[in-house]
Write a protein that binds this ligand. Structure first.
Ligand code: FA5
Length: 337
């Protein structure tokens, strides 16, 4: 019996120690020796035929053999697992020299590029950036801008009313009224970029929704010279130091005197064209009064820039609608501008 057991152990270890095992082949060996129908189980069944003296000796021997086979199998299994892991790692090796995947990056919308550019200039000149709601009260959009209920100037800014007192703002000028009330009679210098809405028919240079940047400065001793200098600075900041502007007398109920400002453009054939980009003027005394400022002590200047018009000129865009149709081929052209 003992000899048979030594034989079983030798044979089992020999099989386990062969190379090229897989987890499956090791499991087969385990079942063949230690399983329910395995060789050792069979041998154990034969224990009952032994004498009472032999039984414990052989029983112990069987236990030692079982433990030896189990431990050797465990070591072999760990070896196979390590090798399989190594194989997997090798097959998944990363090649750091391969070119990486290019992730598509967005870019800043051209209208926002213009706004950021204008903000940069005015923040440097000590202005604050103010904000106001797009859904605005008639009071701020019209009345505090000196455009009473039956004022004909309302017709120039045909509007989207939500109810009798509320509308989508037709210009950024209501922010003037809000800023004046917030500054409570103290000097101020603000700009305010934002969306505005009018019932204009869309064409190459008009949109029913567009952007403006409002500017307002109130202080003592403000003159028209300050306004002109500021506008020239802004146009040259946007279009280069050689650019000229032309001021045309105009009318806004909230400024007096009022001007419309054109940028002078020299065409390829040398002829000049004038493109209107903004409205401006000295703040009307009634507007100052409604905002809580004494017009005998304070003066102010204000302007409202059409952002799309600036972008059209700066980037040579033919149709204002391109800014709003979100065509990726159009927008891609403004990367890194
Ligand atoms: C105004 O809106 C005044 N609030 C501007 C102002 C502010 C004057 C402060 C004085 C003091 P106007 O309606 O002209 O003015 O519009 C100003 C600019 O907005 C125009 O010069 C033009 O560049 C742009 N603009 C006007 N209507 C449209 C439109 N439908 N589509 C695109 N841009 C427009």
């Amino acid at each position: 019996m003992e000899q048979r057991l030594n034989e079983i152990l030798r044979e089992a270890l020999e099989k386990i120690n062969q190379n090229d095992h897989t987890l499956k082949s090791l499991e087969e060996i385990r079942l063949a020796y230690l399983g329910k129908k395995g060789v050792l189980t069979e041998v154990m069944a034969g224990l009952r035929n032994l004498t009472p003296e032999e039984k414990p000796v052989i029983g112990q021997k069987i236990n030692v053999i079982k433990a030896t086979i189990e431990n050797t199998l465990k070591d072999a299994k760990t070896k196979v697992e390590d090798q399989e892991l190594l194989k997997l790692l090798e097959s998944e090796k990363i090649d750091p020299t391969l070119p990486g995947l290019k992730l598509p990056t967005g870019s800043i919308h051209p209208l926002n590029q213009v706004i950021e550019d204008v903000e940069d200039l005015f923040l440097g000149l000590g202005y604050e950036v103010a904000d106001g709601p797009e859904l605005e009260k008639d009071l701020y959009n019209f009345e505090m801008m000196n455009i009473g209920k039956n004022h004909p100037a309302r017709a120039m800014q045909d509007s989207f009313f939500v109810d009798e007192e509320t509308l989508l703002r037709t210009h950024t000028s209501p922010v003037q009224a809000r800023a004046m009330l917030a500054h409570k009679g103290k000097p101020l210098a603000i700009i305010c970029p934002g969306k505005v809405y009018r019932r204009d028919n869309d064409d190459l240079t008009h949109s029913h929704q567009f952007m403006q940047i409002e500017g307002l400065v109130i202080d003592e001793h403000i003159t028209f010279g300050h306004l002109k200098d500021t506008l020239l600075k802004m146009v040259r900041h946007l279009f280069g130091n050689e650019r000229e502007i032309r001021l045309r007398p105009s009318y806004f109920p909230f400024t007096e005197p009022s001007v419309e400002v054109d940028v002078v453009w020299t065409k390829a054939d040398g002829t000049k064209t004038y493109i209107e980009v903004l409205g401006a003027g000295l703040v009307h005394p009634d507007v100052l009064k409604m905002g809580g400022y004494d017009p005998d002590k304070f003066q102010g200047f204000a302007f409202g820039i059409g952002v799309e018009r600036i972008a059209i000129l700066k980037y040579h865009v033919e149709d204002i609608r391109n800014f709003y149709t979100n065509d990726i081929r159009f927008l891609k052209q403004f990367r890194g501008k």
